[in-house]
Design a protein around this ligand. Structure first.
Ligand SMILES: C[S@@+](CC[C@H](N)C(=O)[O-])C[C@H]1O[C@@H](n2cnc3c(N)ncnc32)[C@H](O)[C@@H]1O
Length: 224
């Protein structure tokens, strides 16, 4: 992948040393619990079908798998070694016997994903994607989400909305870019690209992310 650093594959030795926890951005416990608690507040129930898009090494996935009914969790990621690492994390807490679905996919090839997901979540995925990939991602979401389903995705919001800045520092000192990892996005642009995909956008804002990522949600446009 030329647009972020997640093309790098971790070795089994790296995984044994816990390198995957750093590779997905650290804050292992905090961000795992934060995303889980967030979806609970948004109404996630054990019978729902959840897609964790860009699941990485299951920082959040562990919590979701523990909570959901057998087989109701699907994790998709571009990086095969991170999914492998996630499976070792599941084993450590005896969750490997629970059935979950894992798919390695970098190109949002949604026809292989199954569908009718009640909830879809992407934590720190948009922050590593250029807008061309976000479009593909939203197209895939629109084709796999249930009619009443919700997609929650974290992102860096371009705060200096009125200026056409290429790079920005957010309140947490993170430098984000238009055309480089980590990427920021304008809400107006996300709204514009979601309309032809029959998706309606809802800005959620601060959800206590330690690096100032904000939350946005999408659902199918009524009557679409
Ligand atoms: C910062 S990590 C976050 C992982 C996970 N959501 C979490 O909270 O730990 C970003 C993840 O996005 C994945 N990713 C990056 N580009 C992707 C793409 N085009 N398709 C699917 N996954 C992608 C990376 O491999 C990585 O696992």
């Amino acid at each position: 992948m030329h647009y972020n650093s997640y093309g790098k594959q971790l070795t089994d030795e790296d995984i044994k040393l816990g390198e995957h926890r750093k590779f997905v951005g650290s804050y292992w416990e905090l961000l795992g619990k934060l995303q889980f608690d967030y979806l609970l507040k948004q109404g996630l129930k054990p019978h729902h079908k959840l897609l964790d898009l860009g699941c990485g090494a299951l920082r959040g996935g562990i919590h979701f798998i523990r909570y959901l009914e057998d087989g109701h969790y699907t994790g998709i990621d571009a990086n095969a070694s991170l999914i492998r690492a996630g499976k070792t994390e599941l084993k450590k807490v005896n969750l490997d016997r629970k059935s979950s679905n894992f798919i390695i996919d970098e190109n949002f090839e949604y026809k292989k994903w199954g569908g009718n997901f009640d909830y879809i979540i992407s934590i720190s995925l948009f922050t590593h994607l250029p807008i061309s990939k976000i479009k593909k991602c939203l197209h895939a979401v629109s084709n796999t989400i249930s009619p009443e389903g919700k997609y929650f995705t974290s992102f860096f919001r371009l705060e200096c909305d009125e200026f056409d800045k290429k790079s920005c520092h957010n309140d947490h000192g993170i430098k984000t870019h238009d055309d480089n990892d980590p990427y920021h996005q304008k809400i107006s642009v996300l709204r514009k690209i979601s309309v032809p995909m029959d998706l309606e956008i809802n800005y959620k804002g601060n959800w206590k992310h330690p690096r100032g990522q904000e939350m946005i949600s999408f659902k199918k446009t009524q009557g679409a």
